[in-house]
Design a protein around this ligand. Structure first.
Ligand code: SAM
Length: 278
């Protein structure tokens, strides 16, 4: 397994990845905005748009320490619920007493069955700590839980979640195949896997510029903003080592998912892969 320019063992890689995210946790959001010129926000929005979760959805966001996906999930579901209530208000007519008691019953059902939940799981305690702090500052308290866990060996029962997401996380793990098998295991039958990850740029000119930017500019930004050249050099290299679109699609199929597809964003700088559990 490669790490930086050297060859290291698997356990060493996991340890070093842990250190990288421990080091960058505090500056993670600032760096993310600086490196992607804020575009990572649009990519994450696109993931939610693709997911299009219904009220009541149970989401597991793996490698989700920043909370970025879970917060968007809560916003998305809330906006769907508000839209539905507006539509109901439009078709409102004076109710009878029977209607009122039915409405109360429905409200109870909504509260118990339709409450959406997101579990955020990350191997790194520091990343989770900063995610939780952000959740408190931004007032995302309801429906979220934070769990320390390894994507390769998830601390959850089988068939538990409707949707599994992993955003910019899977390229950091030691065994991608194990992560995919675990995703399959914890999803309910019919559940959906969604992965947002750096991929291969499709346009040769953009590809050339992108290589220059990532190898020449990003480690410098890492040094200037976070005084940490090495961590950012690792991040760039991990992007270049990650399988390209078709290869990753085949890996997801090998884990048992069906209807596996992907869409490229920003000329393939990143891609969203998705699939369903039988
Ligand atoms: N998903 C977040 C986002 O998009 O803002 C965070 C992405 S960050 C680049 C990668 C995250 O993967 C880090 O928080 C890191 O701790 C986590 N990670 C790395 N290896 C992991 C593993 N084996 N299991 C769970 N999380 C892992």
């Amino acid at each position: 397994t490669h790490f930086g320019f050297e060859t290291v063992s698997e356990s060493e890689k996991a340890e070093r990845v842990y250190k990288v995210f421990e080091n960058v946790a505090k500056r993670y959001d600032v760096m993310n905005d600086a490196m992607s010129l804020g575009i990572h926000r649009l990519w994450k929005d696109a993931l939610l748009y693709k997911m299009n979760p219904m009220p009541g959805t149970k989401l597991l966001d793996v490698a989700g320490g920043t909370g970025d996906i879970a917060f968007r999930f809560i916003d998305y579901v809330r906006s769907q619920q508000e839209r539905r209530s507006r539509q109901e208000m439009k078709s409102y007519q004076s109710p009878s007493w029977q209607d009122i008691s039915k409405l109360y019953q429905q409200q109870d059902d909504n509260d118990t069955h339709l409450r959406s939940k997101a579990v955020i799981c990350d191997i790194n305690k520091e990343m989770l700590k900063f995610g939780r702090q952000k959740a408190e500052q931004l007032n995302y308290t309801d429906g979220l839980s934070w769990v320390v866990g390894n994507a390769e060996e998830l601390p959850f029962d089988d068939d538990k979640f409707d949707v599994y997401t992993i955003a910019f996380g899977i390229r950091n793990v030691t065994h991608i195949d194990q992560v995919l098998q675990e995703a399959y295991r914890v999803l309910k039958p019919g559940g959906r896997f969604l992965c947002l990850e750096f991929s291969r740029v499709q346009n040769p000119i953009i590809s050339r510029l992108y290589d220059l930017y990532s190898f020449q500019v990003i480690p410098v930004l890492g040094e200037v903003i976070a005084a940490d050249w090495k961590s950012y050099q690792y991040l760039v290299e991990s992007i270049h080592r990650f399988p390209e679109q078709e290869e990753f699609r085949a890996m997801i199929e090998d884990a048992g998912f069906y209807k596996v597809e992907y869409s490229n964003l920003t000329s393939g700088i990143v891609a969203i892969h998705s699939g369903f559990k039988f």
